[in-house]
Design a protein around this ligand. Structure first.
Ligand code: NAD
Ligand code: MG
Length: 388
């Protein structure tokens, strides 16, 4: 095998986002091991063009077709194929050259390309947790049928995955840590008046806007419970959320003998991204190291599902099963955006999601088409509740 062929060819869906740009950092650190084969973005075509010029992928996709001309013109002097539109995302991941697909796009829009990649037999580095929230059962079935592995990128799930390496016995309990977000210590009264700007200031992680708001409401942790259920085959009653404001213990697994294995590290998403790319190997990184003598207080507390009702709603969706998590995800995408734009109050987000969950059509064993319809229906319902 020559040097060229030994570089893992990676398609990054959402290369202009927080995870996407950090994935490109990882590739830049290890040019001998990884190559960006495909880069994609939704609207930020200038950044996509800059990335393409630097990493020279075989193809780029701009999901928002209005930017196709501008992007093509910007890359006209380079041997890079330029595509546009959501369907192109599903096509590029199937290219025979692609060896791994990093799903770093945000929201329900990640579902179709992830399914296309799995059907084409591509290993998935999964950042787009909404895909597992919406359709975890379907994704697991497709992965089994196509013998496709999922490597978790979400830091908690990477920690759980790492804690499970070498184990053959069942999991007694997953300890899913949560930073608690910027409003961990706020009273209900204080939560009444928090603003998007306050919510966007996350204490430990620098992430995209949507997940930052989800972290402030703790819907993100609720989604991670659902993600953990499907990734590790563990019932929700065995997944315990533990608030750990320092974000040093990234999560842990407890076994039948009471032993607990955890994974610790500095909060830097490049570590789990790199491991998803290199697994089962670990590569060197300069991303920082824990300093054991400055970590004086590692603290742990129970989450408050009354102040952070979104967490309870995610458990409720899991309990109902079927398309309930899909409904909650869609309603959440609507209120998340509305909160960011000042059209929804912080605590109102959970109210709208709960009402949508009660009103939307329940389907016990949804198909892929059912998910599309449920997503659309729940968005309509949540939007109409917000506009009342
Ligand atoms: P982001 O908003 O920073 O980036 C999103 C990317 O997806 C961008 O490249 C954007 O162009 C693309 N995109 C958005 N909507 C799209 C659409 N409709 N069609 C095609 N492309 C679209 O988001 P992020 O923070 O990088 O998060 C990405 C995913 O990773 C989310 O599912 C999030 O939950 C998950 N995640 C993120 C972090 C983090 O630290 N940022 C940690 C864990 C998990
Ligand atoms: Mg996480």
């Amino acid at each position: 095998m020559n040097q060229e062929q030994s570089k893992k060819q990676i398609a990054i869906l959402g290369s202009t986002g927080s995870i996407g740009t950090q994935a490109l950092d990882v590739i830049a650190e290890h040019p001998d091991r990884f190559e960006a084969r495909v880069l994609t973005a939704n609207t930020r075509w200038q950044l996509l063009a800059e990335q393409a010029r630097r990493f020279l992928p075989a193809a780029v996709v701009i999901a928002d077709e209005r930017h196709y001309e501008a992007l093509s013109a910007a890359l006209a002097d380079l041997p890079i194929q330029v595509f546009a539109g959501p369907d192109a995302l599903c096509q590029v991941v199937q290219s025979s050259e692609v060896e791994m697909v990093l799903t770093a796009m945000v929201g329900f829009a990640g579902l179709a390309p992830t399914i296309a990649a799995i059907r084409a037999g591509k290993p998935i580095a999964l950042a787009n947790k909404e895909t597992m929230v919406v359709a975890g059962e379907l994704i697991n079935r497709l992965c089994r049928e196509n013998q496709v592995p999922i490597l978790p990128v979400d830091s908690e799930h990477s920690a759980i995955f790492q804690s499970l390496i070498g184990e053959v016995s069942p999991i007694e309990k997953i300890i899913l840590t949560a930073s608690g977000g910027p409003f961990r210590t706020f009273t209900r009264e204080q939560l009444e008046t928090v603003t998007p700007a306050m919510a966007l200031r996350h204490p430990n992680w620098d992430m995209g806007a949507k997940i930052t708001i989800d972290s402030a409401s703790m819907m993100n942790k609720g989604f991670e419970v659902i993600e953990a259920k499907w990734l590790f085959g563990v019932e929700p009653s065995r997944i315990q959320v533990v608030v750990h404001p320092q974000s040093v213990v990234h999560s842990a697994v407890q076994f039948a003998d009471g032993a607990v294995k955890a994974q610790l590290g500095v909060p830097d998403m490049r570590v789990p991204i790199q491991l998803a790319f290199s697994y089962p190997e670990r590569l060197h990184s300069n991303f920082g190291r824990l300093d054991w003598f400055t970590m004086h207080d590692l603290t742990f507390e129970a989450p408050d599902t009354e102040r952070f009702r979104c967490l309870a709603l995610a458990y409720e969706a899991l309990h109902r099963g079927g398309n309930a998590p899909c409904i909650v995800n869609a309603a959440n995408e609507i209120v998340n955006r509305a909160f960011l734009e000042g059209r929804c109050r912080f605590l109102q987000m959970a109210d709208v999601i709960a009402d949508t969950l009660d009103r939307a059509t329940f389907i016990t064993t949804p198909t892929y088409e059912d998910y599309l319809q449920s997503d659309a229906e729940a968005r309509r319902i949540a939007t109409s509740i917000l506009n009342l």
